[in-house]
Design a protein around this ligand. Structure first.
Ligand code: PMP
Ligand code: GLN
Length: 375
């Protein structure tokens, strides 16, 4: 018996492969196509000659843990204990999987807010738990009535993704306050906060669960250097959680991967001394504005994008075909790849929406927009 009998290849693999086959401009899978910072490349070249190629300590390279702790203090005024509250993971994906598989078992329910990132539900299913998927509001803000209705004595965890993939929505202070009032009544529910886009927020600075004292004691925060440093292929992420939860996750982590790529940890650790996280949002804001202005006169309707590097569009003025069919057509006939939004839901509703990744060079965005503007 398999744990995931109904799972097929992820939409990100499918669309990237199709884009390659047809020579289409790939705005589907979320990864930057601009060069990695020269300083990171230089540090990597220097480091590869050093004696850094064996296992790091299980929980992560100590200097990297220290620098993440420093960053968390600077950004969010939270003091994290390096020895007991942190874990370097093989990307946020493994962090999320580890968190879910440490605490969720048979009979446990996990609330997931749709549209949702594709790894949450399978991680719950492998753990033997039951995903409870409920929809966000039409503007993709959290719907607290639906969350309340979904909470039950069986609820073990709720997964929050902010800034949100695919919609680019970010939580505001009122969302946090409403959530705090609600979740107070359910003290046994753990929160898994996926904040991989924490440094890409445009509307207002990202509000992290790190800064919410009422929630932080039962929150596991996942982040990823893939997103923050434009190195998705390096697969280095991390979890931060109070010792009580972290001690248990480390037990699972040590038999899932034991430790993470030493070379990438060393290079990231050195780079964290020089990189400016403040500049990341600014750079992506310019890309968002460029992409939006290029599509302004097209027949695509642009939805708001307050964070992340994804722009969602509605194409109901162009076609009424469902978005999976339309996305494939867009590659084959028009040479641009996107992700259909319906794959982030677990229902069969027809949607006419696509997600474009604008983490691309300006030339790529211009070339894609030229094609999209004549449809
Ligand atoms: N969560 C979200 C919301 C994502 O978009 C992604 C993909 N980048 C991940 C988790 C996984 O991150 P990583 O590539 O570090 O595993
Ligand atoms: N997170 C990326 C996205 O949303 C994809 C990661 C992956 O391919 N698994 O596009």
């Amino acid at each position: 018996m398999s744990k995931l009998p109904n799972v097929t290849a992820s939409i990100f693999s499918v669309m990237s492969q199709l884009a390659n086959e047809h020579g289409a401009i790939n705005l589907s899978q979320g990864f930057p196509n601009f060069p990695v910072d020269e300083r990171l490349l230089q540090l990597s070249e220097q480091l590869q000659r050093e004696n850094i190629h064996q296992y790091t300590p299980m929980a992560g390279l100590p200097s990297l843990l220290e620098k993440i702790a420093r960053l968390t203090l600077e950004q969010y005024k939270r003091k994290v204990n390096i020895a007991t509250e942190m874990l370097i993971t093989a990307g946020a994906t493994q962090g999320i999987f580890t968190a879910i598989n440490t605490f969720v078992g048979k009979g446990d329910e996990v609330i997931i807010l749709d549209p949702s990132y594709d790894s949450y539900e399978p991680s719950v299913l492998v753990a033997g738990g039951t995903p409870v998927r409920i929809s966000l509001n039409d503007d993709y803000s959290p719907n607290f009535n639906r969350i309340e209705a979904a909470l039950s004595p069986k609820t073990r965890m709720i997964v929050i993704n902010n800034p949100h993939n695919p919609t680019g929505k970010i939580w505001n202070l009122a969302d946090f306050e409403a959530f705090e009032t609600l979740i107070e009544k359910y003290p046994n529910v753990l929160i898994l906060s996926d904040e991989v886009y924490e440094y890409i927020a445009f509307l207002h600075p990202h509000i992290s669960f790190h800064t919410r004292p009422k929630l932080v004691d039962r929150t596991i925060i996942a982040s990823s250097f893939g997103k923050s440093l434009h190195v998705t292929g390096w697969k280095v992420g991390y979890l931060i959680a109070p010792e009580k939860w972290m001690a248990e996750m480390k037990k699972v982590h040590q038999f899932l991967v034991f430790s993470v790529n030493s070379f990438a940890q060393h290079a990231i650790s050195a780079y964290l001394d020089v990189v400016d996280f403040g500049a990341i949002s600014e750079m992506y804001l310019q890309k968002r504005d460029l992409f939006q202005s290029l599509l302004k006169n097209s027949r695509f309707e642009l939805l708001p994008c307050d964070g992340t590097y994804f722009q969602v569009v509605n194409y109901k003025n162009i076609s009424h075909k469902n978005d999976v069919v339309f996305a494939k057509e867009l590659i084959v006939k028009h040479g641009v790849a996107a992700i259909p939004i319906s794959v982030f839901y677990n229902d069969s509703t027809d949607r006419q929406m696509l997600r474009f990744c604008f983490a691309k060079t300006d030339e790529t965005l211009l070339a894609a927009a030229e094609k999209l503007s004549v449809i």
